[in-house]
Design a binder for this molecule. Structure first.
Ligand SMILES: Cc1cc2nc3c(=O)[nH]c(=O)nc-3n(C[C@H](O)[C@H](O)[C@H](O)COP(=O)(O)OP(=O)(O)OC[C@H]3O[C@@H](n4cnc5c(N)ncnc54)[C@H](O)[C@@H]3O)c2cc1C
Length: 501
């Protein structure tokens, strides 16, 4: 018997556990896998000594998320590292869009589009302190929302009403600058021509340059390690290799969980699920305990794109033609808006993209502890259909990995000669590693407007409580969604504390 069971040890589960344990509750986290952390882990996937982030690689919210500020992970040994440039957007013609924490440097490198970016960056600098907590806290953020002020709300609304292409063409003159924000939006499943799509890339651009695409020294797993240290300090525990297979209800209240080993663990106060929403409601809960509207909504739940991820061990840094890319934490491929739109169409049509858009992480450039001296790691992912006709067999994987390498090679001739080892993860591999990644979707469901704010993951259950009393959803499937900020777990823990008084 414990006060609270948390199902899953991703960043949201661990943050929820830390907050509840800090409040004096007895908390037990049950993790299905043998290693905690979910999407925030590091592994020597290729060769000994090369540390690769398994999921998340870059943490713009690391220093600014209210959850992480509250838990003071730096005092648990977490150290952040930055690159001079946060995001580079090179194209085959040699041009390169650039975003950096250093606004003056960004302005200089963006040339004629520098002043347009400076206006955005200065606006966000002045708004961030109030805006970020309002966007991340439980929706609707009434008090904080009022404090933001009408000018900031009007600015956000003007972005939100545009597509990525509309916003980029209206704001910037060069193709290099125009491709930046729509390329960032493709971290999710929002394409350049999607109505109301601009806000996704815009927020990634401003948060990515305000907090920076920073990395933890030693690997993403150091965040998990710091969270567990904080949890233990407050008396909480994590059990690994303990998959929760069923949430037991008595009356209309969740009272216990049953694990894969048949163990039944009672929770006197609450059960917080850091799981996929459809899995929780359709597989882990007793169907009779749920309204049919919830079951219907979950059966129709819209996922984001699948993900295809690769890691390389390299004998040296990637020889990018564009100078800026050699100093960047993250490099995005995408020639122009039409190229990004073509890529989006191919994924939506269920085809493997011919010339894939890539998010490329150069963690070891910022953090030399990730690779043996003189060597480098490289990480990249593309978005792909979750299901492919014929499946993701070895031949398909190798062919797509070759396409990813070809795209990098064209921007960095000589890249292939530096490869010492490589490994690829198709959507089924990612889902096998972490069952929250349904079909390889890294976003906890689509990031489009149909799954945001009071619709995430469904109305009216967008405030962490579920139809079953004592059961809370605290994963990235809840507001404010994907990204390592811990705020879904943080807000869910606050709901638990409010309910138990
Ligand atoms: C390839 C990739 C790249 C990414 N890049 C970034 C990035 O650069 N920056 C960023 O901010 N975000 C990134 N993300 C997204 C980020 O990883 C997620 O948004 C975040 O990890 C979600 O946290 P979570 O706690 O909700 O769930 P997860 O991190 O997914 O953790 C869920 C945990 O719950 C466990 N679990 C699930 N069901 C059960 C059960 N029934 N019983 C017991 N345990 C269970 C799982 O095993 C897992 O450990 C990336 C994700 C991927 C996959």
């Amino acid at each position: 018997m414990t006060d609270v069971v948390v199902i899953g040890s991703g960043p949201n589960g661990l943050v929820a556990a830390c907050v509840l344990a800090k409040a004096g509750l007895d908390v037990l986290v049950l993790e299905a896998k043998m290693e905690p952390g979910g999407g925030v882990r590091t592994a020597e996937n290729t060769l000994p000594g090369f540390k690769h982030d398994v999921g998340a690689g870059f943490f713009p919210f690391g220093r600014h998320s209210p959850a992480f500020v509250d838990l003071d992970l730096e005092s648990m040994g977490l150290k952040w590292r930055h690159a001079p440039i946060d995001s580079a957007h090179p194209a085959r013609d040699g041009t390169c869009g650039v975003l950096a924490r250093d606004v003056a440097r960004t302005v200089e490198l963006l040339g004629e589009d520098g002043p347009a970016w400076e206006k955005i960056a200065r606006w966000y600098e002045s708004a961030a302190d109030k805006l970020l907590p309002a966007l991340l806290e439980t929706f609707p953020p009434i008090t904080r929302g009022l404090a933001i002020g009408p000018a900031t709300i009007a600015k956000l609304a003007s972005v939100a009403l545009s597509s990525g292409r509309g916003f980029a063409e209206r704001t910037f003159r060069t193709e290099a600058a125009r491709r930046m924000i729509p390329a960032l939006a493709l971290h999710t499943d929002v394409g350049p021509d999607d109505p109301l799509g601009a806000i996704v890339g815009f927020m990634l651009a401003v948060t990515g340059t305000h907090g920076g695409f920073q990395v933890p020294e030693g690997g993403a797993g150091m965040i998990t390690r710091a969270l567990i240290k904080r949890l233990r300090e407050s008396g909480g525990h994590v059990h690994v290799g303990a998959r929760v297979e069923f949430v037991i209800t008595e009356g209309s209240r969740a009272v216990a969980v049953r694990t894969s080993t048949g163990e039944e663990i009672r929770a006197s106060h609450a059960i917080v699920a850091d799981t996929a929403a459809p899995t929780l409601f359709l597989e882990l809960c007793e169907q009779r305990a749920l309204p049919s509207t919830v079951l219907d909504a979950m059966r129709k739940f819209r996922r984001g794109f699948g993900t295809f991820k690769a890691d390389w061990a390299l004998s040296g840094p990637v020889p990018w033609k564009a100078e800026a890319a050699r100093e960047a934490a993250v490099v995005h491929t995408g020639e122009n808006l039409d190229d990004l739109a073509r890529f989006t169409r191919e994924v939506r049509d269920g085809r493997l993209p011919e010339d894939p858009y890539l998010v490329i992480g150069q963690q070891s450039l910022l953090d030399p502890t990730r690779a043996p001296i003189g060597k480098q790691t490289l990480y990249a992912y593309s978005r792909v259909p979750s299901d492919l006709e014929g499946g993701y067999g070895n031949e398909v994987r190798e062919r797509f990995l070759d396409r990813m390498e070809q795209r990098i090679e064209e921007l960095a001739p000589g890249f292939r000669d530096r490869i010492l080892a490589r490994v690829a993860f198709a959507p089924p591999d990612l889902e096998a590693m972490n069952e929250n990644l349904l079909g390889g979707d890294l976003g906890g469901g689509t990031a489009d407007i149909t799954n945001q704010l009071f619709l995430r993951p469904m109305f009216p259950y967008f405030r962490y409580r579920t139809p079953i009393r004592g059961l809370y959803l605290g994963s990235s499937y809840a507001h404010p969604g994907a990204g390592v900020h811990g705020m879904c777990g943080y807000n869910a823990a606050k709901a638990v504390l409010a309910d138990i008084g």
